[in-house]
Design a protein around this ligand. Structure first.
Ligand SMILES: CC(C)(COP(=O)(O)OP(=O)(O)OC[C@H]1O[C@@H](n2cnc3c(N)ncnc32)[C@H](O)[C@@H]1OP(=O)(O)O)[C@@H](O)C(=O)NCCC(=O)NCCS
Length: 168
């Protein structure tokens, strides 16, 4: 299994994996109407996913040439993290999360937040994230939990030296 940056050719696999995982796994915690609203229009999701891949910060887990998971972050927030429903519990989610954390630190973040589904709460807790608050998000009112993990010490403010030549 390899974690690599997503390419636009991965778009359809990502969108299909997302829909399949939400329908098969997250449906434990959300109603059919919430799931339908969450998935929305597939064509719009394809377009949005492709645009996000072009912007970067999008990673996939690939096994035998097949996308088996994906994750994305923006600034200091994980916006998605999904693993093929058949392959849960094999460390793929942890490997993706470790890559997102590493890339976020490289991009200057010192902490990461996620709005965890109720389904993934145990995963984020096992990965060192703390619960901040429970929220209801989106037009379909999905219950999620805001989670946070510190990744690196906050950058030290370097004290400004007074400039003796300054007039103000
Ligand atoms: C959450 C998800 C990405 C985790 O991926 P995964 O490949 O199954 O996770 P891993 O195998 O790397 O598990 C890592 C650890 O988390 C624990 N864990 C994983 N899912 C868990 C869950 N639902 N509840 C409790 N613990 C869980 C594992 O036991 C493992 O602990 P260990 O290291 O002590 O053995 C995957 O289950 C998923 O796609 N869920 C549905 C989609 C979803 O809700 N995504 C989150 C969107 S915010």
């Amino acid at each position: 299994m390899e974690i690599r940056p997503a390419r636009t050719q991965d778009t359809r696999s990502i969108v299909e994996l997302h829909a399949d995982t939400v329908r098969r796994v997250n449906s434990r915690d959300y109603s059919p109407s919430q799931i339908d609203g969450w998935l929305g229009d597939p064509e719009r999701r394809l377009a949005r996913t492709e645009a996000m891949i072009r912007e970067g910060r999008y990673y996939v887990a690939e096994e035998d040439g097949r996308v088996v998971g994906f994750g994305h972050f923006h600034d200091s927030e994980i916006t998605s993290l999904y693993v093929d429903a058949e392959l849960h519990g094999r460390g793929i989610g942890s490997a993706l999360l470790a890559r997102l954390e590493e890339e976020a630190v490289r991009a200057g973040a010192f902490e990461l937040e996620a709005k965890s589904t109720l389904t993934a709460l145990g995963f984020y807790l096992a990965s060192g994230y703390e619960q901040i608050e429970r929220l209801r998000v989106g037009s379909v009112g999905l219950d999620v939990v805001r989670m946070r993990k510190r990744l690196a010490p906050e950058r030290q403010q370097i004290p400004k030296r007074s400039n003796p030549d300054a007039t103000v």
